[in-house]
Design a protein around this ligand. Structure first.
Ligand code: FE2
Ligand code: FE2
Length: 197
């Protein structure tokens, strides 16, 4: 259980180091993650902390982000190297390990995979991936359906999110990170074989 004073210290860091837009987004992701955690029987305290940390490296210069990725011992794949906007996720792993010695594997995984998803990610990571996508500041019409479904059917809601992500990247003719596709495939298979999930 992470103490309130520690969480407050992180919130202060966010307020001092992030733009107003990113700070507000982060707080909304934290509120959304807590609600999704409650609905899915997942540790709310960890969900709140992981959500607060997920974009902590987003506004750092890229060179600093890459240094934190290295510090975390993470090797960027070819696709990540071509999409600088997603490097802040593995960078946050190195940053929070160094600054606050946060080594909880569930939190590190949730932060690391929040932009792309990953087929092997656990429930906490799924919640953060989803909360980042549906927080109230995100506006487009089809999100309402995803928001409606997620609390009662995490797998179905996550498939809808993966579909939206794939659809967006196809339309924009942008690279799609392979683990997003792998996550989508895994969830679809899980949905078919509910007993195996
Ligand atoms: Fe992010
Ligand atoms: Fe985010």
């Amino acid at each position: 259980m992470y103490k309130e004073a520690f969480i407050d210290q992180i919130i202060r860091h966010l307020e001092e180091n992030l733009s107003e837009y990113r700070y507000k987004h982060t707080l909304e992701v934290a509120n959304t993650a807590e609600k999704l955690a409650l609905a899915n029987n997942i540790d709310q305290n960890k969900a709140r902390l992981a959500a607060l940390l997920h974009d902590i490296s987003k506004e750092m210069p890229l060179i600093k982000q890459i240094a934190y990725v290295k510090l975390a011992g993470i090797e960027l794949d070819d696709c990540q190297k071509k999409i600088p906007a997603i490097i802040h996720a593995p960078a946050a792993v190195g940053f929070i390990q160094e600054k606050w010695e946060i080594n909880d594997p569930d939190i590190l995984e949730a932060v690391r995979y929040h932009t792309t998803g990953h087929p092997e990610m656990g429930d906490l990571a799924k919640i953060i991936f989803a909360a980042d996508f549906i927080e109230p500041g995100r506006k487009f019409s089809r999100l309402e359906k995803v928001r409606e479904i997620l609390p009662s059917d995490l797998t179905k809601g996550l498939i809808m999110i993966c579909n939206e992500m794939v659809y967006y990247h196809l339309q924009a003719n942008k690279l799609i990170h392979p683990t997003t596709i792998e996550l989508r495939n895994k969830l679809l298979i899980c949905q078919e074989e509910i007993a195996g999930c």
